[in-house]
Design a protein around this ligand. Structure first.
Ligand SMILES: N[C@@H](CCC(=O)N[C@@H](CS)C(=O)NCC(=O)O)C(=O)O
Length: 240
């Protein structure tokens, strides 16, 4: 087994920006302390936790990864760091850059987009959630079609089974699964052959699914997330 330093991963006890990092560490068998921060129902315990820089790092936000001497904030930085530590060391520059692009877009354009929609009426008082949902549904559908085309051109599925699970796998899988749940299957990637095959058969998928089956996790820390999701689904189903 590889020799690892002391590792602590700090994140909320939810999916958000952290589940794919946990899942990667689990999949690779990395021994780590999984410090899950449990929010009070109204999130009132957060300001006190936020000030504990051993838990929230130099930017006082999470995810925050403590890996031996390294203190890492910023999700995309953590993911690149993990690929350097755990990923294949024989990727050429072109493949490495492609992985960084897939990781960034899956994180920002899929995962963060879903998170922001679920929080939208709180972060943007007076927001029109049905209209916001409809716009995002259109934008994400277009982006998934583009993703599918590009991954086809990049022959993404070839060799997927022959390399270790990378950040791109964990985040893209999480993004697709969050889209399924956030849009109640109204944004479908079933017809997008590469994405559909990736979601079902990518090498990390069984670990990602197993972890979620072992413990149900909300997508975000938004108080009342089930009601927010019900409102989004209602608007997609033609409700007000
Ligand atoms: N740019 C950061 C953003 C991290 C972030 O906003 N994390 C949220 C939780 S998912 C947080 O710490 N929110 C509390 C706060 O901003 O006070 C990243 O991508 O990691």
């Amino acid at each position: 087994m590889a020799d690892y330093p002391e590792i602590t991963f700090n994140y909320f006890d939810l999916r958000g920006r952290g589940q794919f990092i946990r899942a990667m560490l689990e999949h690779h068998g990395v021994p780590f302390k999984d410090n899950r921060i449990v929010l009070a129902k109204d999130n009132s315990n957060w300001p006190e936790i936020r000030n504990k820089r051993l838990i929230t790092g130099d930017f006082q936000k999470i995810p925050f990864l403590h890996w031996g001497e390294f203190r890492l904030n910023e999700t995309l930085v953590i993911l690149e760091f993990l690929d350097k530590q755990l990923g294949p060391n024989d990727l050429d520059e072109t493949a490495w850059v492609q992985h960084r692009q897939v990781t960034s877009s899956a994180f920002l354009d899929l995962v963060v987009a879903c998170i922001n929609l679920i929080w939208s009426d709180i972060f943007h008082p007076g927001a029109n959630v049905p209209a916001t949902t409809a716009i995002l549904k259109r934008r994400i559908s277009m982006h998934l079609a583009t993703f599918n085309q590009t991954l086809t051109e990049w022959q993404w599925l070839d060799g997927l089974q022959d390399r270790p699970v990378m950040a791109s796998d964990a985040v893209l899988w999480e993004g697709l699964d969050m889209i399924r749940l956030t849009f109640d299957d109204h944004v479908s990637f079933e017809e997008l052959d590469v994405l559909a095959a990736f979601y079902d058969e990518s090498p990390g998928a069984s670990t990602f699914k197993r972890l979620l089956a072992e413990k149900h996790l909300n997508i975000t820390g938004r108080p009342g997330e089930p009601d927010a999701l019900a409102a989004i689904h209602g608007s997609l189903n033609g409700g007000v």
